[in-house]
Ligand binder design. Structure first.
Ligand SMILES: CC(C)(COP(=O)(O)OP(=O)(O)OC[C@H]1O[C@@H](n2cnc3c(N)ncnc32)[C@H](O)[C@@H]1OP(=O)(O)O)[C@@H](O)C(=O)NCCC(=O)NCCSC(=O)C[C@@H](O)CCCCCCCCCCCCC(=O)O
Length: 695
């Protein structure tokens, strides 16, 4: 973003063109095109004070023209709004994305934008933080002209053409917001209701609405005071710190490395021109859609004719719906189908997404190895099976990796890319790059049961079951988790995805056993405490929403509204009585500590084992794949915020009370981090490396 400073009759460009290196900003210094330098937040002030500088620009008596190239985001756009005119290159992108960092546009952006483009349009941009193209900016009235040529030259020309014109009408701070159709209070109340519902505890979107309301109802100077007050609250909140951490965490995970020394910058991905998906169940369909939407030709193989016919219809519908939403043409021509695995002979990469059965997957990998080009990458979408065992079925095990998508695969942002001991750096780089092209947050993880996400989830789920045994209800557990910020508590999620999914896994793991329902062994498996509650519900055909009942009641099979179920409450009472369990009052704090700290403890074990490279990897997995509230950063960041000594102390407390639950035993890495002074989460990687080298 560039600006122009008037000087007598000559207008000289300010030295901050779009190509110029963006300059950082502490709270007060000049913003670059991407807005304030987030890394500098919290540092001592440097550079010219931003808000007075914008005021000085606006109050100047020479025309100031902002020349916008590349990005004009956050503070960058706020500076441009202080200018008298704005000219953008056609490829420029503009926006006030502060809300995504837990902030609001606090250099006058929340006060000037509604005055310039009206309350509804400004609310949309400020609450969502979305970027707009130059064309949309022109349509909204944010910029005065769009050029395909040299923006600075166009701005000079423009400035000369307006030289001498009065500037009063160009000072946005002197405007009143354009009147809205209908009642202003009603408009804000409606917006606030929607925002609160969608924000699920996030405070920045709410503060953004309050700031725009101030613009619409107060004189500019008082609006600026309100903007500052609201920003001060946000700025010092844990939420802003968490969201800014998450911004950098997403970028850190793309710079992956593995314990074998493979690294993102030293491993060139293979070109991928055509992809195959094997199996067109729910996951396969979503993966095929995501690939086609990213522009890849996809051949989808499904051997069951009935399933293939249904899938073709469903995939086309999903592509059409997605295209309609995005206002583009549906990429139907990218899709081809076959019931014959020979159809994958010419693809560069295959993603197997058949039923979660090792025997079946092994057979498919043998076939793929015989049919595919020798250098084709063979990927599995397994959520829990051993990637290395599948690799051993092929001619080139180094070309096998896991690509673990999350349902629905065309919507969820997360992709776990699982490398086995034999996966080559190039295979990993290729899968990571494919994920990026599909718009996923791709996280490289090692191969172990459950990888990162599901391995941690196991500890969390177990605690939820134990809490029911000890006196809680599904409603109590879920409301504590929802209050924390999850969109749904564990029991509602379980009803939605189907209780039979976990039951099948527990049966395969030798945990859910038929006929062991009474006596001391009913609640012990493999030498540790076990709760058969989920199995007992499945034995009664209660699989969740699809059967009309599970942990809640849904009225009819396929019902979507969860209501507490008196049958379930009596069932829990009988179960406790049968097993001699005396129910006690459980408070929401215990629910959170038991569920979340058990999960976090497993996260430390994963770091200790080198399955995830750092806390950022785990946090991205939980934020983008498991509904962890974004404004809480992720489980490992949360642990650091709570304080590692406190997490350790609570785990010790609960492990003393439940010595038969090994997941509650604090992991040695957690102890060592506490002993080494609980470094901030950004320093854990170093600390872990040091601890590993001392072993
Ligand atoms: C710009 C992007 C869209 C580019 O995406 P792209 O994919 O091309 O590239 P990357 O995302 O990989 O980025 C490349 C590289 O750059 C780094 N980076 C990007 N943006 C920033 C940034 N804003 N700060 C720092 N670093 C940034 C990124 O990390 C990469 O580096 P790496 O080393 O990892 O390779 C995309 O990057 C993007 O979306 N960026 C974020 C844009 C954004 O959100 N900008 C808004 C910033 S917030 C802001 O501007 C605030 C303003 O409103 C000004 C506020 C003034 C406050 C003054 C008043 C305070 C009063 C109250 C306080 C009182 C408190 C008290 O009392 O104590």
């Amino acid at each position: 973003m560039g600006g122009f400073c008037g000087n007598k009759n000559i207008l000289a460009p300010k030295k901050c063109s779009g190509e110029a290196r963006h300059r950082g900003l502490t709270q007060n210094s000049a913003p670059g095109p991407k807005g304030a330098d987030i890394k500098e937040f919290g540092d001592s002030e440097s550079g010219p004070p931003l808000i007075p500088m914008i005021h000085a620009i606006e109050a100047g008596n020479k025309p100031m023209v902002a020349a916008i190239e590349g990005f004009a985001l956050g503070g960058g756009l706020e500076l441009a709004l202080g200018c008298h005119y704005r000219i953008a290159h056609s490829k420029a992108r503009l926006g006030l994305p502060e809300v995504t960092l837990g902030l609001l546009p606090a250099a006058g952006g929340s006060q000037r934008l509604p005055r310039l483009i009206g309350v509804p349009a400004a609310l949309d941009l400020i609450i969502t933080g979305r970027h707009v193209t130059a064309a949309e900016a022109l349509q909204l009235g944010i910029v005065d002209q769009v050029t395909d040529h040299h923006t600075v030259d166009a701005a000079v020309k423009f400035a000369l053409s307006v030289a001498g014109r009065p500037l009063d009408a160009r000072r946005i701070s002197s405007y009143s917001c354009p009147p809205v159709s209908g009642d202003l209070d009603a408009l804000f109340e409606e917006v606030m209701r929607k925002v609160r519902r969608g924000a699920r505890g996030a405070i920045a979107p709410v503060a953004c609405v309050q700031a725009v309301r101030a613009a619409a109802t107060l004189p500019y100077a008082r609006g600026m005071e309100r903007e500052r007050e609201l920003m001060a609250t946000l700025f010092t909140s844990g939420q802003a710190r968490a969201l800014q951490y998450s911004f950098f965490a997403q970028r850190a995970v793309s710079r992956w490395s593995t314990p074998s020394g493979a690294r993102w910058d030293a491993s060139a991905p293979k070109p991928v021109r055509k992809v195959a998906v094997i199996g067109l169940g729910t996951m396969g369909r979503g993966i095929a859609v995501a690939l086609a939407q990213a522009g890849f030709p996809v051949v989808s193989v499904e051997t069951q004719e009935k399933q293939l016919t249904e899938a073709k219809r469903a995939v086309s519908q999903m592509l059409e719906r997605g295209a309609k939403r995005r206002g583009v043409a549906a990429p139907l021509d990218k899709m081809s189908y076959s019931s014959n695995i020979q159809a994958v002979a010419d693809v560069d990469l295959v993603i197997e997404a058949v039923f979660e059965d090792m025997g079946l997957k092994k057979k498919i990998f043998q076939q793929l190895s015989a049919v595919c080009k020798p250098d084709a990458l063979l990927c599995t979408n397994t959520s829990s099976l051993d990637v290395d065992q599948l690799a051993s079925q092929t001619r080139n095990p180094e070309l096998v990796v896991g690509m673990h998508f999350f349902a629905p695969a065309h919507v969820m942002k997360l992709l776990e890319v699982v490398y086995g001991p034999r996966s080559s750096p190039q295979a990993l780089a290729t899968a990571m790059q494919l994920g990026k092209k599909m718009g996923k947050v791709s996280v490289a993880v090692g191969n172990c049961p459950g990888f990162v996400g599901n391995r941690m989830l196991k500890a969390y789920v177990e605690q939820a079951f134990f809490l029911l045994e000890e006196g809680a209800t599904p409603e109590l557990v879920d409301s504590a988790l929802e209050e924390f910020g999850f969109s749904m508590g564990f029991f509602k999620v379980s009803d939605l995805s189907g209780l039979d999914v976990g039951w099948k896994v527990r049966k395969e793991d030798g945990l859910a056993l038929p006929g062991v329902s009474t006596g001391p062994s009913a609640r012990i498996r493999q030498g540790r405490r076990y709760s058969p509650l989920g199995d007992l519900l499945c034995q009664r055909g209660r699989f969740g929403q699809k059967t009309g009942s599970g942990w809640y009641q849904y009225g009819k099979p396929g019902g979507r509204v969860a209501t507490p179920d008196p049958w379930l409450h009596s069932f829990l009472e009988e179960y406790r009585a049968q097993h001699g369990l005396v129910p006690r009052r459980i408070d929401p704090q215990e629910v959170l500590e038991r569920c979340l700290y058990a999960l976090i403890n497993e996260g430390f074990r994963i770091l200790e084992d080198g399955i995830a490279a750092g806390p950022e990897d785990i946090d991205c997995i939980y934020v983008f794949g498991y509904g962890w509230p974004h404004y809480r950063g992720g489980p490992m960041f949360y642990a650091a915020m709570v304080g590692l000594p406190k997490v350790l102390e609570r785990l010790e407390h609960y492990y003393r009370a439940h010595p038969d639950v090994p997941d509650l035993q604090p992991c040695s890495l957690l102890r060592r981090l506490v002993a080494s002074g609980s470094p901030p989460v950004q320093k854990w990687k170093e600390a872990i490396k040091k601890l590993h080298s001392q072993l």
